[in-house]
Design a protein around this ligand. Structure first.
Ligand SMILES: Nc1ncnc2c1ncn2[C@@H]1O[C@H](COP(=O)(O)OP(=O)(O)OP(=O)(O)O)[C@@H](O)[C@H]1O
Ligand SMILES: [Mg+2]
Length: 613
C-alpha cells in the first residue's frame, strides 16, 4: 500500500500557544481513519493544514503524486439562491450528466437538482456538498465533523458511501457510533502530538483503558512496595542488628519509580447558577397545532408540564422535535390552539446552529457579558468561562477563531449565565467532546429549573430526563414510562419481541432485598460475637508468628553478615560453600521478609476490625 501523505514534526502556533508541536504520522491509500481528541486539541487545524488552507509553522508535509485529495467544506461554498446543478457544474467543472450521476448516489433527483440550495432541508444541503466533494474523483478524503446535524437518512447514506469508498480518509467526529461504522483506524490528537492507533474507535478506547489500567496497577504495586520498605526501614533502622538491612532497603526504595500518567487536559466542571424553586405548571399546551404555513407537523397537542421537569423530547428524525421546540420558544408561530408558560417564567433557547449567530468581532468575555443576566458579576462570568475551559487569556479570544466545540461551549455558557428558569436545548451535545457531554449532563441533571431537550445521546438523556414526550405521526404525547422503558420498548421492537413489564421486574428485586435483611437480624448478632472471638485469637496467633519470623530473620542475617565479613577479611580465599550458604540465606531472608510483611498487613487489618466493634 502506497503512503499517500506523510506528516513530519508539524508545528502550529496561534499567538504564544502551540496547538500542534511535533505531529508526525503517515497515511496510506485505503486507510480509513477516525480522528478523535478534546475540543480545541487541534483536529480542525490539522485538517486545514493538510488541505492547504493553513500553513504550518514548522515541519513538512510530503504528498505522493498519486494522491487525489478532496474534502468536505466546513463553510458553505454556495449562496442560498444558487441552483444545485449550476453550482455543482461551476464548482467542479464537470459536465451536467456527470454531476447528475454522482448526485444520484446521494438520492438527489432531478427535482432537487433544479431547486435553489437554500430551499433544501439541511441534510440535503450536505448531500450537495458531498456530491461536490466526490466529483473531484478523489482517492483520499478529509471530512471534519460531517455527521453533525445530519438527519438519519443522510447519515445512513453517508455511512454506506464511506464503507464502499475505494480510497482512504480522515474523518473528525465526536460520534462514537458513526466512527465505529466507518473507520478501521484511529488518530488521536492530544497534547500537541498525533498518535495513529491501528484499530477502530472501540479498540482504541479499550487500548487506552488497558494502558491506563496497567499504569495504575504498576503504580499501585510500586506504592505498596514503597510503603512496605518504608515500614521496614522505620522499624529496623534504629536496631544495630538490622540497620544494614534497613540501609539496603533504603537503596531499593530510592530506585522505585512510578509511571507518570499524562493527565487528560483540564476537566470540565459545569455549575449552573441556581434558579428559584417553585411549584406549579411550567407549560400548558391546549389543542396546539404546530408546523409551517403550508405544512402541518403535529396537532391536537394537550400537555401540562410541571415546573422543574426535565423533559426529553424524543422521536425519529423529521417528526417535528425542532419544530415543537421552536414553537414553544416563541420562534415559530403556532398554527392553531395555544400554549402558555407559567407566570414570570423566562425561556432560554439553544437552537441548532446557534453558534453561527456569534458576532465574529466579539471575544469570549464580551459574548458572555452580553448574554449574562443583569446581576451577574464579572467573577461569575470568568468562573463560568473557566468551567467551559476558557481560562486566562482565552477569554480574550475572538469568537471567529474558536473551534467548533469551543463555539458550542461558549453559546451554552452564555445561555446558562442568562439565568432563565426554563432551558430549551436542541441537540446541545453536537460538537462537544465526550468529557464535556458527561459534565453537561451531570450539571443539567441537578438543575432545578425546567428543561426541554432534544438529544440522540443515550448517556446524556439518561443523566437528565425525568419526563419523556414522544413525537410520532403528527401527535405529541407524554410517554407513560421512564426513558429506560422507552429505550427498552424500542429495543424489543427492533428485535421483534413483546416487551415485558420493566417496573414489575424491579419490584421483585426490592421485595427480596427487604425480606432477607429482616430475617438476619438475630443470628447476625450471634455471628458477630463469634467473629469477634475468632479475630481476637487470630490476632494473638499472628503476633506470635510475627515474633518467630523476626527471630529467624535476625538469626539468618547475623549468620550471613558473618559470612560477608569473612569474605571481606579473606578476599583471595574463595569458598564455594560459603558463597552457596550466603546465597541460600539471602533467599530465606527475602522469603521470610515477604511473609512477615504480609503478616504485618493482616495484623493491621485485624486491629482495625477489632477497633470497629
Ligand atoms: N486563528 C486562530 N487564532 C488563535 N487561536 C486559534 C486560531 N484558530 C484556532 N485557534 C485555536 O486553536 C485551538 C485548536 O483549534 P481546532 O479548531 O483545531 O480544534 P479541534 O480539535 O478541531 O476542536 P473541536 O473538537 O472543538 O472541533 C483552539 O483552542 C482554537 O481556539
Ligand atoms: Mg474541529
Amino acid at each position: 500500500m502506497a503512503v499517500l501523505l506523510q506528516l513530519n514534526n508539524i508545528r502550529k502556533e496561534y499567538g504564544a500557544r502551540a496547538i500542534l508541536e511535533d505531529a508526525s504520522a503517515s497515511f496510506n491509500e485505503f486507510q480509513k481513519i477516525g480522528v478523535v481528541g478534546r475540543n480545541g486539541a487541534g483536529k480542525s487545524t490539522l485538517c486545514r493544514i493538510i488541505i492547504g488552507q493553513e500553513e504550518p509553522d514548522g515541519g513538512t508535509l510530503t504528498f505522493n503524486n498519486a494522491m487525489r485529495l478532496s474534502y468536505l467544506e466546513q463553510h458553505d461554498p454556495y449562496k442560498p439562491q444558487d441552483n444545485v446543478l449550476d453550482f455543482l457544474m461551476r464548482y467542479t467543472g464537470k459536465e451536467e450528466w456527470e454531476c447528475g450521476e454522482v448526485a444520484g448516489r446521494f438520492q438527489l433527483k432531478s427535482q432537487s437538482l433544479a431547486a435553489k440550495i437554500g430551499e433544501l432541508a439541511g441534510g440535503y444541503q450536505t448531500r450537495v456538498k458531498l456530491t461536490a466533494m466526490l466529483l473531484r474523483d478523489p482517492n483520499f478524503l478529509i471530512l471534519d465533523e460531517p455527521s453533525n446535524y445530519l438527519d438519519l437518512s443522510t447519515l445512513i447514506l453517508l455511512e454506506n458511501f464511506l464503507q464502499e469508498f475505494n480510497g482512504g480518509y480522515l474523518i473528525v467526529s465526536h460520534d462514537r457510533e458513526f466512527l465505529k461504522r466507518t473507520c478501521e483506524h484511529t488518530l488521536e490528537v492530544e497534547h500537541g502530538g498525533v498518535f495513529l492507533y491501528p484499530g477502530n474507535i472501540e479498540e482504541y478506547f479499550e487500548f487506552k483503558e488497558e494502558q491506563l489500567r496497567q499504569k495504575l496497577a504498576h503504580n499501585k504495586t510500586v506504592e505498596k512496595k514503597r510503603d512496605q520498605l518504608q515500614d521496614f526501614i522505620d522499624r529496623f533502622r534504629a536496631k544495630a542488628s538490622t540497620a544494614t538491612r534497613a540501609k539496603s532497603k533504603m537503596k531499593q526504595l530510592s530506585k522505585l519509580k512510578t509511571i507518570e500518567i499524562a493527565h487528560a487536559t483540564a476537566a470540565v466542571r459545569i455549575t449552573i447558577p441556581p434558579v428559584e424553586k417553585k411549584g406549579g405548571v411550567a407549560l400548558s399546551c391546549s389543542d396546539l397545532e404546530i408546523g409551517y404555513e403550508d405544512k402541518r407537523v403535529a396537532s391536537g397537542i394537550h400537555l401540562d408540564i410541571d415546573r422543574g421537569s426535565h423533559v426529553a423530547v424524543l422521536g425519529d428524525n423529521g417528526q417535528g422535535k425542532t419544530t415543537f421546540l421552536r414553537t414553544i420558544a416563541g420562534n415559530l408561530k403556532a398554527r392553531t390552539g395555544s400554549y402558555k408558560w407559567g407566570t414570570a417564567l423566562e425561556v432560554g433557547y439553544y437552537a441548532q446552529h446557534v453558534f453561527s449567530t456569534l458576532h465574529p468581532d466579539d471575544d469570549v468575555y464580551g459574548h458572555l457579558q452580553r448574554e449574562a443576566a443583569e446581576d451577574v458579576k464579572r467573577q461569575d462570568i470568568l468562573d463560568m468561562a473557566a468551567a467551559f475551559l476558557f481560562q486566562g487569556d482565552d477569554v480574550r479570544k475572538k469568537t471567529a477563531v474558536l473551534s467548533g466545540g469551543e463555539r458550542a461551549r461558549l453559546c451554552l455558557a452564555g445561555l446558562l449565565l442568562s439565568e432563565k428558569q426554563v432551558l430549551l436545548l436542541d441537540e446541545p451535545t453536537n460538537h462537544l467532546d465526550f468529557e464535556t457531554v458527561e459534565a453537561l449532563g451531570k450539571a443539567l441533571g441537578g438543575y432545578e429549573g425546567t428543561i426541554f431537550f432534544i438529544s440522540h445521546d443515550r448517556t446524556f438523556v439518561n443523566l437528565i430526563a425525568t419526563t419523556v414526550i414522544d413525537i410520532k405521526d403528527g401527535k405529541i404525547k407524554r410517554y407513560p414510562g421512564t426513558y429506560e422503558d422507552y429505550v427498552y420498548h424500542l429495543e424489543c421492537a427492533a428485535r421483534g419481541e413483546e416487551p415485558g413489564e420493566l417496573s414489575k421486574r424491579e419490584s421483585v428485586t426490592s421485595e427480596n432485598g427487604t425480606a432477607s435483611r429482616k430475617k438476619e437480624t438475630d443470628p447476625e448478632k450471634q455471628q458477630d460475637i463469634a467473629r469477634r472471638k475468632k479475630a481476637k485469637s487470630d490476632f494473638a496467633k499472628l503476633k506470635r508468628k510475627i515474633n518467630q519470623a523476626e527471630h529467624r530473620i535476625e538469626h539468618w542475617t547475623k549468620e550471613r553478615d558473618a559470612l560477608f565479613e569473612e569474605s571481606r577479611n579473606n578476599p583471595f580465599h574463595y569458598s564455594r560453600k560459603r558463597r552457596d550458604r550466603s546465597k541460600q540465606l539471602t533467599i530465606w531472608i527475602e522469603e521470610e521478609e515477604a511473609g512477615w510483611l504480609r503478616m504485618l498487613e493482616d495484623l493491621d487489618r485485624l486491629k482495625k476490625q477489632l477497633a470497629q466493634r
